[in-house]
Design a protein around this ligand. Structure first.
Ligand code: NAD
Length: 232
């Protein structure tokens, strides 16, 4: 049993990846049933693919929307949201695009890779929420296609979101990394900031990752079960 308890900390950063939503039934990135085993990102998840064939890219994203819509936040998402309510200094920095933290009631969520539930029109510089499944209409009133507001392969991260995440990591007293394989950069590098600033660090995962040595506490198990233990 870990000596860490959320009740001993005030400014917690939950740094989450696809493993956070695995118990909701959303496929992870690399695991069995992972999305990219079936679809090549070059055809479905990069600006070049969108420029070439926006309808095909939207068909793919509609499928992802439908999968996520059919899933529910899991008890791990509930615990993270509950801790955030109790500790207002708590921030969630997520690599996920599924919106599950917010559906569980979380409010302060820095979405490093954007959201499946936002679209943007680059021509008019408009970003808006859109939860329709399938997404409709696919075109903005200006005539251009809405683009999923997701950081696709080969895209840059939004520097405002990164700054928010960095500040949170500089100031936190506890970093809890959950369900990330820690190989997607630059997101994978962010936890180092918390270590450099002296925070207590916990990694929750089913298995070791390349960044495991960074963490003082390496807890192996399902996210929801380990989180329940830390929330006792
Ligand atoms: P990843 O798929 O590369 O790694 C998932 C990690 O979660 C693995 O290390 C695995 O061991 C661990 N894991 C699996 N089930 C778990 C569980 N129940 N409890 C604890 N750990 C568990 O995911 P990543 O590191 O987030 O990188 C994938 C990229 O793809 C991210 O950029 C993310 O944006 C994107 N993605 C998002 C979603 C989503 O929004 N739900 C899903 C797939 C991929």
């Amino acid at each position: 049993m870990s000596s860490i308890r959320f009740s001993d900390f005030e400014r917690i950063v939950f740094f989450t990846g696809a493993g956070m939503s695995a118990e909701s039934g959303i496929p992870t990135y690399r695991g069995r049933g992972g999305i990219w085993a079936e679809y090549k990102y070059e055809d479905y998840a990069c600006q070049r693919a969108f420029d070439r064939d926006p309808e095909k890219v939207w068909d793919f994203h509609d499928k992802r929307r439908a999968v996520v819509r059919a899933c529910e936040p899991n008890p791990g998402h509930d615990i993270v949201a509950e801790v955030q309510k109790k500790k207002p200094g708590t921030i969630i920095v997520t690599q996920n695009i599924d919106g599950m933290h917010q559906r569980a009631g979380a409010t302060d969520v820095a979405e490093l890779h954007g959201s499946l539930w936002r679209v943007r029109c680059d021509a008019e510089e408009i970003v808006r929420e859109d939860t329709s499944v399938p997404m409709n209409p696919r075109k903005c009133s200006c005539g251009r296609y809405w683009r999923p507001d997701i950081v696709w392969f080969e895209d840059q991260l939004d520097h405002r979101v990164v700054r928010r995440a960095r500040e949170a990591l500089e100031q936190c007293d506890l970093l809890v990394s959950i369900g990330t394989s820690a190989v997607v950069y630059p997101a994978a590098d962010l936890p180092r900031i918390a270590v450099q600033h002296g925070a207590e660090t916990v990694e929750i995962n089913l298995e070791d990752t390349p960044l495991s040595p960074l963490y003082k506490h390496r807890l192996r198990g399902k996210a929801s079960e380990v989180l329940a233990e830390l929330n006792r």
